[in-house]
Design a protein around this ligand. Structure first.
Ligand code: PLZ
Length: 444
């Protein structure tokens, strides 16, 4: 395993990475961007090593995917054994046990102790598409309600559910019909203030659906219990339970998109667990399989079984190598108490970022849960004008110093922290030192 140490061997990106990036430009569609063009050769724990010999601290986990750590040994062993046995049969043709075992785990671990069923897919977007298919099929209703700042994917249906135009939707329409958007309970930017956010947001949302869509036309409400790409927006206490209750009253299915927030990331198995919210359907992906492509829809047995045989599927959904990786990842989460580790990481992040916020007015808000933490940067704490330029300058400064960081947010002014849960305290603190240095340099 490569040493758990940051190494700056060349400038970042170094000469070998720059040469590869030139080939990338000539070979790969310009539509596929790269945030930090260092070309990776190896990863272990909280470190990613590039082709120039630089070792970067990983605060991104490939966008919340390598939750169990880069190069997790359990995942490596399980994947290797599975590749040697067989790589594919198509579960719809000749099934295999690991698919069933992953579904059993999902049914047991997702919120609620009611009877559940699951179906496996390849990507988060595909899981969301299928959750919507199922919700429409079982309710016989067309409308789906999504939120401001929401992100659900890049396929046609999920683009329609995603809020942000650039870069996700711009000139890629027209989008699917019967998708409606309502305001998100965003405490930091709620006009009536954070204290009134839960109650007022619930009123606005339910009024809007009643007046503009009709509850009886609404199949599902889809929400990320902590919004990811939109800015790590944590709804105020009471908001999600209130939304779940209103959905139940009207026979509307609540779909929790836990693609980014799920699998120990927030210090619970799922972000919904924090307030005991039990959705009808849950979508998962990313952290489920330690980097192998796997996604799932898990939900109430009566809902999931209402679909006719053959109505759900796909060639690769629940690929055996991905399922082996998922079982190994879940075992790591259970055996190593990664939810507990996420809470510890969260305490360190909140403490250090909180101190940065005391020092600098530009840090407008620090929020999140477990190892899903963000700071929102503003030009002025009174007007809360988003500081997108400062955010990208800090991001660039971190990259140059050997720290992989990610930004997010509708206004591009949120700095997010998603380290692998196997990261050591030492690397975590060193990464935060680097961030502070980059922040101080950028703020001037
Ligand atoms: N739902 C909540 O966060 C993926 C997107 C990266 P896929 N988020 C990272 C990018 O720019 O494409 C995501 C998510 C939530 C759905 C998805 C979609 O998951 O596996 O990328 O399709």
């Amino acid at each position: 395993m490569i040493e758990q140490r940051r190494i700056l061997a060349t400038s970042i990106p170094g000469p070998a990475s720059r040469a590869m990036q030139a080939r990338k430009t000539a070979a790969v569609s310009a539509g596929v961007g790269t945030g930090l063009p260092v070309y990776v050769v190896e990863g272990a724990g909280g470190i990613v090593r590039d082709v120039d010999g630089n070792q970067l601290i990983d605060f991104g986990s490939g966008i919340a995917v390598t939750t169990v750590g880069n190069g997790n040994q359990r995942v490596i062993d399980a994947v290797t054994a599975q590749v040697n046995a067989f790589t594919h049969t198509c579960f719809m043709v000749t099934p295999y046990d690991s698919y069933v075992a992953v579904c059993e785990k999902l049914n047991a671990l997702t919120p609620g102790d009611h009877e559940k069923r699951s179906a496996l897919f390849n990507s988060g977007a595909e899981a969301v598409e299928n959750a919507v298919k199922i919700a429409r099929h079982v309710t016989g209703r067309p409308a789906v309600v999504a939120f401001d700042h929401g992100y659900h994917g890049r396929t046609n249906l999920t683009m329609g559910l995603t809020a942000k135009n650039m870069p996700y939707k711009h000139r890629f329409g027209p989008f699917a019909g019967e998708l409606y958007r309502v305001p998100m309970a965003y405490p930091y930017r709620w006009p009536g203030g954070a204290d009134r956010c839960a109650e007022e947001a619930l009123r606005v949302i339910t009024d809007q659906v009643h007046a503009q869509v009709g509850e009886e036309n609404t199949a599902a409400v889809i929400i990320e219990p902590i919004q990811g790409e939109g800015g790590f927006i944590v709804p105020p206490e009471g908001f999600l339970p209130g939304l779940a209750e209103w959905c139940r009253e009207h026979g509307i299915l609540l779909i929790a998109d836990e693609v980014q927030s799920g699998f120990c990331r927030t210090g619970d198995w799922f972000a919904c667990d924090h307030e005991g919210v039990v959705p009808d359907l849950v979508t998962t992906a990313k952290g489920i399989a330690g980097g192998m492509p796997l996604a799932a829809v898990t939900g109430r047995a009566d809902v999931m079984d209402a679909v006719h045989a053959g109505g759900l599927g796909g060639t690769y959904g629940g690929n055996p190598v991905a399922c082996a990786a998922a079982l190994a990842s879940i075992e790591s989460m259970e055996e190593d108490d990664l939810a507990g580790r996420a809470r510890e990481i969260g305490e360190v992040l909140l403490d250090r970022l909180g101190r940065l916020a005391e020092k600098y007015d530009e840090v407008g808000d620090v929020r999140g849960r477990g190892a899903m933490i963000a700071m929102e940067l503003v030009t002025d704490p009174e007007t809360r004008e988003p500081a997108a330029a400062l955010t990208s300058a800090v991001n660039k400064g971190c990259h140059e110093r050997g720290l992989i960081t990610l930004t997010c947010g509708t206004y591009g002014n949120v700095f997010r922290f998603l380290p692998p849960l196997s990261i050591s305290d030492e690397l975590l603190h060193e990464g935060l030192d680097v961030l502070e240095e980059a922040f101080t340099a950028a703020v001037g």
